[in-house]
Ligand binder design. Structure first.
Ligand SMILES: Cc1cc2nc3c(=O)[nH]c(=O)nc-3n(C[C@H](O)[C@H](O)[C@H](O)COP(=O)(O)OP(=O)(O)OC[C@H]3O[C@@H](n4cnc5c(N)ncnc54)[C@H](O)[C@@H]3O)c2cc1C
Length: 433
């Protein structure tokens, strides 16, 4: 059995932990304007794939729970499938949904606010629209970027990178900047990076390289996509991606494997690697990720975690020492794929755990599943697929892939259709769309 270790997902390159940053000042000291709770109040922070799934399945597990999802965004934008939008293969409408619709469908409350503080003794969170008391709190705030991990520490340089060459792994705004770059690209090098560590959506940098290259080829742009990766081969579906790079994109994709990014100068448009300096004309530069700073700020991170992930019971997801606080989604410490499918499937389990514990019962752990389709060809739409399940080996105290995990590396149109169907099924399930 192969243990999934941190090293397997890449080496931690020169990481310097950023000091915990203060969260925004509290704007409101009043009580949040919410109807009085009729049952135990479960506050779910974050309306990403994790929070949406947990909120919905909490109500299914026990309809008497008063579930409030606190989310700062006014509308949902799906990162899964967004590479297809960058490749001009789907419309933005396919990715955009209303939190109000999700809440109505799931029977919970959507509260549009930013969480700023946590008082675990009082079981109270502060938001910029007032405080909310909880019986159980679930934090699912996602990830942030760690630019210092590849040597960029100057705040002006970080701002410049975010503004001009954003990674596009957290928000719609970043994706829009990348899309505008692609549409206006005339010639030269479009640089992408696959970060070390366990980063959000392992397949995505490689899929993105394919779809941008396909777009350049179709528009006859004299451009090349350069993908820099510290690994020897793609983090997932290596065989399928390498075949696509070679057979479909020849000189339009240059895959720089075993190459470590050591610095970026956004003004001079230069990436420094352990081999060379690369001058680029556009790009989406993806640094290592870390758990959202909120986790560290509230003292909920594991000091041993280089990516500042949460210190939780890996089977039940509660913060160690507090069964009233759960932490889920991409800031979990277990080496599962940081994917929507894991967030969604583990979300169903977490909902059951919380509902059962409130009744004094326990729920057996079940593996989350990661289902990751990658479109490698745009015309026709052909995809490859990675499907992973996990198990914990008590003897070695390590996580491992369950043997039923499987990679499908032979690209085909049926998988391309399945990729879109996967999105539709989830948008229907979570938003009724
Ligand atoms: C380009 C791309 C393609 C991808 N493709 C796939 C794919 O094909 N399949 C797949 O399974 N996964 C895919 N993923 C990965 C997937 O998007 C993530 O794993 C998933 O979004 C993680 O969900 P989450 O809920 O943990 O975090 P998020 O989705 O980031 O949600 C966190 C939420 O918390 C909110 N929040 C944070 N702080 C606060 C605060 N203080 N107050 C209020 N709200 C707050 C944020 O606004 C956000 O809505 C892809 C990702 C990217 C970037």
């Amino acid at each position: 059995m192969t243990g999934i270790t941190r090293r397997e997902f890449g080496t931690f390159v020169g990481a310097t932990a950023l000091a915990a940053l203060p969260l925004p000042a509290i704007a409101a000291r009043n009580k949040a304007d919410l109807a009085a709770s009729k049952g135990p109040r479960i506050v779910v922070l974050g309306g990403g794939w994790s929070g949406l799934s947990i909120a919905k399945y909490l109500k299914q597990a026990d309809n008497t729970l008063d579930v409030v999802m606190v989310e700062r965004r006014k509308s949902f934008f799906s990162l899964p499938l967004s590479n297809l939008w960058l490749g001009s293969l789907i419309e933005k409408a396919k990715l955009s949904y209303r939190f109000e619709d999700a809440a109505k469908l799931g029977g919970y409350t959507y509260f549009n606010a930013s969480m700023t503080e946590l008082d675990r003794d009082k079981r109270r969170i502060q938001t910029d629209k007032g405080w909310i008391d909880y019986d159980v709190l679930v934090l699912a705030p996602g990830v942030e970027y760690d630019y210092a991990s590849f040597g960029v520490k100057d705040p002006a340089a970080i701002q410049s990178l975010k503004k001009h060459y954003p990674a596009g792994f957290v928000s719609q705004q970043e994706q829009q900047i990348i899309l505008d770059q692609i549409k206006n690209f005339e010639q030269g090098i479009f640089v992408l990076t696959a970060p070390p560590g366990i980063y959000r959506c392992a397949a995505s940098p490689y899929e993105r390289a394919c779809l941008i290259a396909a777009n350049f080829k179709q528009r006859k742009i004299k451009g090349k996509v350069v993908l820099i990766d510290s690994r020897e081969e793609p983090a997932v579906n290596g065989e399928g991606f390498l075949a696509a790079f070679e057979e479909l994109y020849g000189d339009t994709i240059e895959y720089m494997n075993s190459t470590v990014v050591e610095g970026v100068n956004p003004e001079a448009k230069i990436i420094k690697t352990d081999f060379d300096e690369i001058k680029f004309d556009g790009g989406a530069i993806y640094p290592r990720t870390r758990a959202a700073r909120m986790i560290e700020h509230f003292g909920l991170n594991d000091p041993a975690s280089p990516q500042k992930e949460a210190k939780i019971d890996p089977f039940n997801y509660n913060f160690i020492g507090d069964e009233r606080v759960y932490i889920a989604g991409d800031c979990r410490p277990m080496p599962f794929s940081k994917s929507a499918s894991v967030a969604h499937s583990e979300g169903k389990h977490i909902a059951k755990v919380i509902a059962a514990r409130l009744r004094g019962k326990a729920t057996p752990w079940i593996t989350p599943q990661s289902i990751c389709y990658s479109l490698v060809s745009a015309h026709p739409k052909e995809a490859i697929l990675s499907r992973s399940y996990y198990r914990y080996d008590q003897a070695t105290k390590q996580w491992a892939f369950d043997p039923k995990s499987k990679s499908y590396n032979s690209r085909n149109e049926a998988l391309g259709k399945d990729a879109l169907d996967w999105g539709d099924a989830h948008f229907r399930e979570l938003f009724g769309a």
